[in-house]
Structure formats: C-alpha cells, structure tokens
Design a protein around this ligand. Sequence first.
Ligand SMILES: Cc1cc2nc3c(=O)[nH]c(=O)nc-3n(C[C@H](O)[C@H](O)[C@H](O)COP(=O)(O)O)c2cc1C
Length: 354
Amino acid sequence: MTSLFDPVKLGDLELSNRIVMAPMTRSRAGDGDVPTDLNVEYYRQRATAGLIVSEGTQPSANGKGYCRTPGIHTPAQIAGWRKVTDAVHAGGGKIVLQIMHCGRIGVNHNKDADAETVAPSAVRAAGQMFTDTAGMQDFDVPRALETAEIPALIAEFGQATGNAMEAGFDGVELHAASGYLPMQFLSTGTNKRTDAYGGSAKNRVRAVVEMLDAMAKAAGAGRVGIRICPGVSFNDIQDDDPAETYATLLKAIGPMGLAYVHLILLKTPQVDGLAVVKANYSGNLILNDSVTLERGNAMVDTGEAAAVSFARHFLANPDLVRRFREGAELARFDRKTLYTPGAAGYTDYPFINE
Ligand SMILES: Cc1cc2nc3c(=O)[nH]c(=O)nc-3n(C[C@H](O)[C@H](O)[C@H](O)COP(=O)(O)O)c2cc1C
C-alpha cells in the first residue's frame, strides 16, 4: 500500500513524501518585490513538505498584479530567493518557484511606474483589486499584445526560469490556472486574437506550450510543472469549451516529459477536469483542493495521483506532515491575516508541543 508518507520521483524532482505545499500568495515581499528574512522563516518552517510550491511570483514587472508579491526578474530578487531555497534545503526539503504572470488581472497602482497591464486581448476583467495606495480599484483595461511582442513575452518565462535555477530552486511551475495570463490565452472569453495565438484551440494553447518550452530549455523538462483548473470562473475567466481546450493542451504537452501536471479538482456542468486530464495525459499528477488525509492516501494508493497538495492546512500548520503522521489535531487558518504585512498570521502558527 502506498501512502502520502512514501517518497516519489516526479521527473527530476525527488520528493521524500507526497505531501506538497500548494502555492499561496501571501503579499509579504519587501521593497523592490524582494523576498525578506520573514519569507525565509515562513518557508523554512514548512520544509518538511515533500515539495513546496512557492507563492505566485512575477517573471517581469508587467506580470505583477497584487501588492507585495515577489518577483524573479532582478538581481536583488534572485538573491532574496537564494536565502529561501537555502533554508528549505537545509531543512531537507525541495522547493519549486511558481511563475505567475497576472496579465489583465492587475491595476497600475500595484505596479512599477514603467510597467503596464498586458493581455492577449483588450478585454477588461469585471471586478476590483486591493491596492496599498488607493484601496479597491477596478481592474485595468489591458493593452493587447502585438504579435511581434509575443516572443519577448515567452522569453520572460525562460529568463525567469533561468533566474529561479540561479536562485537555487529545484524547478518551476507555470501558473496556468485562476484566470491569469496563460489561462487568458487558453480561454475564448479573453483571447479574441486573430493571429497564430488565437482562434482554434490549437492556436489558443500555443503561447502556453511555448512558455513551457522556454522553461524546459532553461531548467530541463523534468524540473517543470504546470498548474491548471479547467472550467474555473475565478477572475471572470470564461471558455466556450474547456474540455476541448484542455484536451488540446494536454496532448501537446504530453511528449515534453514535464515533471507533473498540478490539477485543481473541479467538476462543473461544463467540464470534469480530472476526466479530461485522465483521458489526455499519462504523466505524474499532483491533485489539489480540499483533500483530506484519508482521501489523499487513497488517491496515491490507487495511483490516481502521484502526490497531493495542501494550501490552507499548510498555512496554519507548518508541521503538517508530522500532524498527519501522528493524527494530531489541525489548526485553522485566520482569514484576516492572509495578505497582511508582517509576521502575524504568517510565521506565528505554532508547531505541536510548542
Ligand atoms: C491565501 C491563499 C493564496 C493563494 N495563492 C495562490 C497562488 O499564488 N497560486 C496558486 O496557484 N494558487 C493559489 N491559491 C490556491 C491554493 O493553492 C489551493 O489551490 C486552494 O487553496 C485549495 O487548496 P486547499 O483546499 O488545500 O486549501 C491560494 C490559496 C490561498 C488560501
């Protein structure tokens, strides 16, 4: 019988257990979007995870959406992350960087003065975002990228991956879920392009495949993963036929030999994400969303998943692996401090026997 406590190899990533810390934006980066000693401590505390997927991290100034999110595009950011990866490795853990380009999900108040909000098409997302300087603000109307600009956009993902490897990460994960830039290319509601990057499903998956290619060239395919959630409507994203879109994407990336696909489980009347993945992808799967210890063990025992990721439990329980192992009670997370600066609700969740 295989359990979450057994080791597993995902591509070139060797995990000591199958309990993955899911990516979580915590909005606590320092000036210049540089990871700080507080961030080092947060990840150090959670190093017993088989794998940590970092918070979403912008590959470029344009890719920043939310306030106080870290980047991986300046020397200071790379140096800041190096302290994080050293701490996780010293604790026996592994960590990959989640590359998150927010695309149209952004407002200029949160960005550097010379950065802009860009997307596949000039379609504004309904809704608002919090800013430190001006409170809640409507999302920007994004500028549609010219065809001639796409190679530079793709190159951002390769460069960010190279920077992540320089910072000591074990690999990288492309955030292609939750309505951010890669998903904006995939989805018909946000991709109105008439060039080779829009229209048919084959064209809409092209940018994401090229991003993964650029990332694989920089890190090796066995150190690259992708996160998806077919059919999700978060951030006002909409696709006419997610089953077709993701079947096309998964068939295209199958031969690349990526480390894993990280699937946020969602079943809607429109699409059953797990069914689409199973039918079109035979590589390693990390499954996520509200999974219990019992369900997670069953998922790896049946081979449905290679590993399972936990977000909110890891947020509130830095020693989640030990608590699972000992059947200990789990602490609950505090919603009020999810995105607030400082140590409160970040590095002060206790370990058991503390
Ligand atoms: C505070 C918070 C921040 C999150 N930020 C990210 C993120 O940066 N990237 C991402 O892919 N998912 C993000 N998520 C989603 C989680 O990774 C996960 O999919 C979700 O919480 C469901 O898993 P859970 O039931 O184990 O919490 C975030 C979730 C939370 C609670």
